[in-house]
Each structure stands twice: as C-alpha cells, then as structure tokens.
Ligand binder design. Structure first.
Ligand code: NAX
Ligand code: ADP
Ligand code: K
Length: 501
C-alpha cells in the first residue's frame, strides 16, 4: 500500500528532526535520492552522464536547497550544471556547495526571462526546485513567467523536486503556471496532491525517497492499493464453497433505451467471481442478458423479494424507466451493500450509509452535489477532485467512487483511496458499467468475509471499492496493451488479472 500525506503532515513529522539539528542530514538524503533518480533516468534513455547538462531552477527555500545539492552531486559526476536562481536569494549552503562543485549560477530578473528560459530549455535535464511544501499559492513575477515559457517549449527531461512547483501538495489543485514533470522525486513519503487529479497530470511518475523521518508520520491522508494488497484482500473460495456462500449479486440495470449496460454490468460481475448473478429488468433486456450471459438468472419481479448479498443499481437506467426506478428504490431499502451508478444516483434517498457506494463520473458528481444545494460546476470540480469526492461522501454519508483517469474513493469517515492503473483507452462507452459489475461482485463476495478483517472497520467499504477500481484498471490496461479496448474486452480480462494477483 502506498500512503500519501499532506504537506502539513510531512512538515509536522519533520519538526522534531529540525529541532534536533538534523535538517541538513535530511536534505542530503533528499538531494542524493534526487540526483540518483536523474542518473537512472538519463541512463535509461541511453545517455552518458559526462557531457550531459542539467539546469536547476532553484527557489529561495529548502526545496531550492535540495535542488542545488542534487545538482552539485550531478556536477561532480560529470554533468554541466547551471543554477537559475528564481528568487534572488538562494539556500546558502546549497548554493555554496553547487559553486564548489563547479556549477554555473545565473540570477533571474524581470529582464532576462527569455534568455534564462532558453538556457533551461536547452539542458538535457531540468530540475524544478522552485517551490515545495512551503508554497503558498502559485508562482508570480519573473519565476512564474519563466515556468510559463518553459512549459511551452517542451524542455528535455523535467524532474520535479518533491512536487512540481505550484502544485498544492495537500489537494492536487494546480496554481498555474506549473511545469509538467516527467518524474517527481518526493521526499519522506508521497504527497496526496501527487495522487489526485489534476496534480497527477503534472507529476509524471512518482518516486518516493525515504529520508529517515518516515516512522514519525501519522495516519495517511490518502492511500493507494498495490498488487500485494489485492492479493491479500481478494475473495477466495474454499473447498466447501457453493454458489450461495460465494456471494449472490442482484443487478437492476438496463432499459429499453440502454439495454447493453445490463449485459456489461453482468459480464463485469461474472468475471469478478460472483457465485451467482440475478438480473431484474424489462423482458426485452432480460432476453438480451440471457443470450449474452446464459449464466445469469433473469426475472421481472421486485427487488424486495430477491435473495442476494449485494446490489448493482442503475447502469443504463434512465428517468423514463419507471419499473426499474422502483426496483432501485426497493433494493436500496433492503439495507444490503449497494453500488449506485448512473440512473440510480438521483433515485436514492438523501441520507445514505458507507456500504452504499456511489460511482459517479465528475459530471454526475456535479449533479449530485447540486441536489444537495452545493453550487458546483463541472470545471471547478475537475480542478479539485479530491475535495469534490470528499464533499460527496460527507454530504451523502455514502462511500463515493469518483471515476476518471485517477479514480478516487472517499469514505464518509474521511479515508480516501486513489487508484490509477487505468489507461485513457478505457474512456469508452460501457467501461463504467463493467466497473459497477466488478464492484458489485466484490461486495457480494467480501461483505461478510473474514478477509476484510485485515482492514479497519471504517475503511472496509472504501477498500473494496478501491480494489474494484484497481482490478478494473489493470484489466483495461492489460486488454488495451496500448491500443483501443472495448468494455467487453475489459470484462474479459478481469479473470486473468485475478489469476495473477
Ligand atoms: N524541512 C525539512 O527538514 C526538509 C525539507 N525538505 C525540502 O524543503 C521543502 C520545503 O521547504 P521550505 O519550507 O523552505 O519551503 P519551499 O522551499 O517550498 O518554499 C518556501 C519559500 O518560497 C517562498 N514562497 C512560497 N510561496 C511562494 C509563491 N507562491 N511564489 C513565490 N515564492 C513563494 C516562501 O516565501 C519561502 O521563501 C520541501 O518541499 C522539501 O523539498 C527536504 O530538504 C527534506 C528535509
Ligand atoms: N482518461 C482516462 N484514463 C483512464 N481511465 C479513464 C479515463 N476516463 C475514464 N476512465 C475510466 O473509464 C470508466 C468510464 O466510466 P463511465 O464514465 O461511467 O463510462 P460509461 O458510463 O460509458 O460506462 C471509468 O472506470 C473511468 O475511471
Ligand atoms: K519543486
């Protein structure tokens, strides 16, 4: 599991070390990790160190200090190093060491922005060490103009020191201008803002460099499940399992207008190992489900009488599908774990519970929040997805799984998971229906399972939702293999991902 923290949490954890006078030691470790990553990245691109060039954009705080010490290490390994001091002043010891290592220093002023931007753009590596966790808002003045120009010139390899400057380490909100990084080398622990959109768009791949204060960290602000977590938590049939103990999932999905969504949700559920799937919906849709997935038991009855362990509600249900909406309301009233997607979102009661998992995309979340009287245009939410998902969970009392390039799962108690295994090829109609089915199958299998005893009680529903997002993302990436993928192919790849967990 990757644990991520707010900038404030990291700074709090560092305080005792600074008080003990070992701040400089932490900085050395950070600089060493940063320089090593640069070396690794250059070598990975087939570049020799000797003769390559590095430009460090150094602000006046400790983030600039990290960057200067790292650039000094690189200069000693044969790189031509230039420091662009963006704030007049610079970290004293870092600058002195950089000079000793033979680095060349340029100071940014209002008059030489274009010249310095050209110098940085010409370097093989740009280290962005203008602002770290001490940033307050976005860069203004000459430093802002320099970053803006550089962002337009597509410089060589951009390595962000701790976080891309201007990114909010706590929230992932972006204070333009921000230079998109290929790699972010972050110190002590991942920052939450690197693992939530839009911050993740600017972070590139994130490398965590331990610096020795990790034991002092509190509960993380955000978590990410990794392969070993999926392995530990996955449902596992035992020798005496039968279909009912494996988990029966009820699906209320599809309508005359969108019959395919019912098929895709059922395919996702079957692929993720439900013991049995019961489908409830209109006869024509049920016929299609039966033809596509003969394993599914179809009916037209009421959801109040169905024997299931969990529900998937809403994929492909529109507001004109009256019977389906009634089934959704009845299913929600059973008190069982529920996945509420698409058409189910506006049909649920106002006060919900953590075992009711809402799966909106950002547009649906905007509509949901508006229903609670929260003014929320889509663009604003897109700029602050972490806050948006948290808000959704706090207002509804439900667990909110916010779909997107990064999928966030927020529990009403405050726990947040972030998963980003998916590929943009999965932005294709129907892939969300498959996700709803996968999540439903995991709920049906895991809601009473001892495997979840590993997870603190308050985090269980969110952990199951994060697991579904991870499974779905991995399946999509595997099925895509860098090319177009259909929702059906995503479902088909799920068993392979589970087999290799
Ligand atoms: N505290 C520690 O023990 C360690 C800190 N480390 C580094 O230190 C960083 C934090 O350092 P600092 O607290 O010095 O803060 P930063 O270096 O992130 O930035 C603070 C400086 O930038 C200025 N500033 C803030 N917002 C600005 C804006 N919008 N425009 C222009 N200037 C702005 C402030 O006035 C201040 O001088 C971390 O991100 C990390 O890179 C590492 O060296 C590891 C150890
Ligand atoms: N740019 C992207 N990168 C990765 N995954 C994405 C991207 N856009 C969407 N997805 C994923 O694809 C799925 C789309 O779901 P959704 O919007 O509900 O589509 P639909 O309603 O057509 O099924 C979600 O799982 C989402 O996380
Ligand atoms: K930085």
């Amino acid at each position: 599991m990757i644990s991520a923290y707010t900038g404030t949490q990291i700074r709090e954890a560092e305080k005792p070390f600074l008080a003990d006078g070992v701040g400089a030691v932490l900085m050395q470790r950070a600089a060493y990790g940063l320089a090593n990553t640069v070396v690794h990245e250059l070598r990975g691109r087939g570049r020799r160190l000797y003769g390559s060039s590095v430009a460090v954009l150094a602000g006046k705080g400790n983030n600039g200090g990290d960057g200067l010490f790292a650039a000094a290490l690189l200069a000693r390994r044969g790189l031509r190093a230039t420091a662009l001091l963006t704030a007049g002043a610079a970290h004293e010891a870092g600058l002195a060491e950089f000079r000793r290592a033979g680095g060349h220093v340029l100071a940014l002023t209002a008059d030489n922005i274009a010249e310095l931007a050209a110098a940085a753009a010409g370097a093989d590596v740009v280290i962005d060490a203008v602002l770290g966790t001490g940033a307050q808002g976005g860069l203004r003045g000459p430093a802002g103009a320099l970053l803006e120009r550089l962002a337009q010139t597509h410089p060589g390899l951009v390595v962000a020191c701790d976080i891309p400057s201007g990114l909010d380490a706590d929230t992932g909100e972006v204070n333009e201008p921000v230079l998109p990084a290929d790699v972010t080398v972050t110190f002590g622990a991942a920052k939450a803002g690197l693992l939530a959109d839009p911050g993740a768009d600017f972070a590139g791949s994130v490398h965590v460099v331990p610096i020795g204060m990790e034991a002092a960290l509190p509960e993380p602000a955000l978590r990410r499940l990794e392969a070993q977590d999926l392995h530990r938590l996955r449902p596992q049939p035992v020798r005496r399992s039968h279909k009912y103990t494996r988990g029966v999932l009820g699906v209320v999905a599809g309508s005359e207008r969108y019959p395919g969504a019912a098929v895709l949700a059922c395919r996702g559920a079957l692929a993720a190992g439900a013991g049995m799937v019961r489908y409830l919906g209109p006869p024509d849709v049920a016929d299609l489900v039966r033809e596509s997935c003969p394993e599914v038991v179809c009916g037209q009855g009421s959801s109040a009488e169905a024997h299931v362990q969990a529900w998937v509600l809403g994929p492909g249900v529109d507001e004109s599908a009256g019977d389906q909406l009634q089934r959704i309301r009845d299913a929600a009233a059973t008190g069982l774990p529920v996945v509420a997607d698409a058409g189910a979102l506006p049909a649920l009661p106002r006060i919900l519970a953590p075992h009711q998992i809402l799966t909106p995309h950002i547009g649906e979340l905007a509509a949901l929040l508006a229903g609670y009287g929260v003014e929320s245009d889509r663009a604003r939410l897109e700029g602050a997805t972490l806050a948006a998902a948290r808000r959704g969970a706090a207002l509804t009392g439900a667990t909110v799984l916010l779909k997107g390039a990064t999928t966030l799962v927020a529990a009403p108690g405050g726990t947040v998971f972030s998963q980003s295994e998916a590929t943009p090829w999965m932005a294709t109609a129907g892939s969300g229906d498959v996700l709803a089915g996968v999540l439903g199958a995991l709920l049906a299998q895991l809601s009473g399972s001892a495997t979840m005893d590993h997870v603190p009680r308050g985090d269980r529903w969110a952990a199951i939702a994060a697991m579904a997002a991870s499974l779905h993302g991995r399946a999509g990436a595997m099925a895509s293999a860098g090319g177009p993928v259909t929702a059906t192919a995503v479902a088909r790849a799920i068993p392979e991902v589970i087999r290799h967990m």
